[in-house]
Design a protein around this ligand. Structure first.
Ligand code: DNO
Length: 362
């Protein structure tokens, strides 16, 4: 298991590589080139420079989060072939700098979504929260504008400003296609890309839909165990994997996360894990919370144990943190609470490892 932190290059992050290097247990970062427009090839020279910067700080870069997928691929338009070709060229470049895991998502139109990016809790900390009724009162464009206006000036991958103009038309387009057709579009992408992923020794790791339920009539498919089984049946290539994001999948009350971690990790389908906790207030309302089990509804110990028992050998990163101690940062991606989360996760892993060895008499 390697513990890493997400980091954005090019002055697009309040957190520095030097700070990340000082967090106990962290070996590297998950990163990206946030300025390359979705659908274009990521230039090799920029990737080489990115790698050099990270290595110079004493950290590894083996995970990319994320190379976003052009809407035409998700929509299944004839123009998708060109974008898929570009995706494969990007993968070739990533393999040249030693990337081993590529996180992406197949969420239609927009990435993860919260109704409030700065909700204050009684202890003074700020968290991101989701209230379903509030969301239903908004339209996608209002949501996007609200998200971007509160991003603190940092980029929000998956919410690129240049895509906003097309957003209303995109939403309408998806309302006209069925879930079955969406699976077909996904399979088309996987069938072309996965043989290259295998050749380049890159594990693809799809991120679940966040939140994991339908919104605005958009097809949401990476949401629960049954749909994940369908996803893996689309293409059995060993490079076909999942980013097991506890905060996303855990928002759905019916998802038994330790059982899901056990099932998919045991099949070798989990190269990457995002670990965070959430506090549910109603079946479709939640606040993000501090990582330790006691602060939320997800048993982080049980999830870590399930991964450990299943021979998990991939990358883990603490996911969104709260804003504490007056920190100003990209929503969810400050230094302090993610560092606390990292040491907690590191401690859990060490404890599970040592207890098992003791039990086995090693
Ligand atoms: C949110 C992140 C997501 C994730 C993408 C992967 O904070 O977990 O934006 O990076 O969905 O493509």
């Amino acid at each position: 298991m390697k513990l890493i932190l997400r980091w954005f290059p090019g002055e697009d992050d309040s957190v520095t590589l030097q700070q990340i290097k000082q967090i106990p247990g962290i070996s590297g970062v998950a990163t990206c080139l946030p300025k390359v427009p979705v659908g274009e090839v990521w230039p090799l020279e920029q990737l080489i420079a990115l790698k050099e910067e990270i290595i110079a700080a004493g950290l590894e870069v083996e995970v990319i989060e994320s190379v976003n997928i052009h809407e035409d691929i998700k929509k299944g338009l004839p123009t998708r072939d060109q974008y898929i070709e570009n995706y494969i060229k990007t993968m070739a470049h990533l393999s040249m700098i030693g990337i081993k895991c590529l996180c992406y998502n197949f969420m239609p139109v927009f990435d993860w979504f919260r109704s409030d990016l700065h909700r204050q809790l009684p202890d003074g900390s700020f968290v991101m929260s989701y209230r379903h009724e509030e969301v239903l009162r908004m339209n996608p464009l209002k949501m996007a504008t609200a998200m971007l206006s509160k991003s603190g000036g940092y980029s929000l991958p998956g919410w690129e400003e240049e895509r906003l103009a097309a957003m209303a038309a995109d939403v309408e387009y998806y309302q006209s296609i069925t879930i079955d057709q969406y699976w077909v579009n996904m399979k088309y992408f996987l069938d072309v890309v996965l043989p290259y992923a295998e050749k380049y020794q890159i594990k693809m790791a799809i991120h679940p839909d966040d939140p994991p339920w339908p919104l605005f009539g958009l097809p949401k498919v990476i949401t629960n165990a049954q749909n994940l089984r369908t996803f893996f049946s689309l293409n059995k290539n060993p490079s076909n994997g999942l980013t097991f994001c506890t905060g996303s999948l855990g928002a759905n009350l019916e998802n038994d996360l330790p059982a899901m971690a056990r099932e998919f990790a045991a099949q070798g389908r989990v190269p990457f894990v995002h670990l965070r906790n959430i506090k549910r207030l109603a079946p479709q309302d939640f606040d993000e919370s501090a990582h330790p089990t006691v602060y939320g509804d997800l048993d982080l110990f049980a999830i870590m144990k399930a991964l450990h028992d299943s021979g998990f050998n991939g990358y883990i990163r603490p996911d969104h943190g709260r804003m504490i101690w007056g920190e100003k940062a990209r929503p969810g991606y400050g230094l302090y609470d993610r560092a606390l989360g990292a040491t907690y996760l590191y401690g859990l892993w060490e404890a599970i490892t040592k207890l098992k060895k003791a039990e086995e008499g090693v």
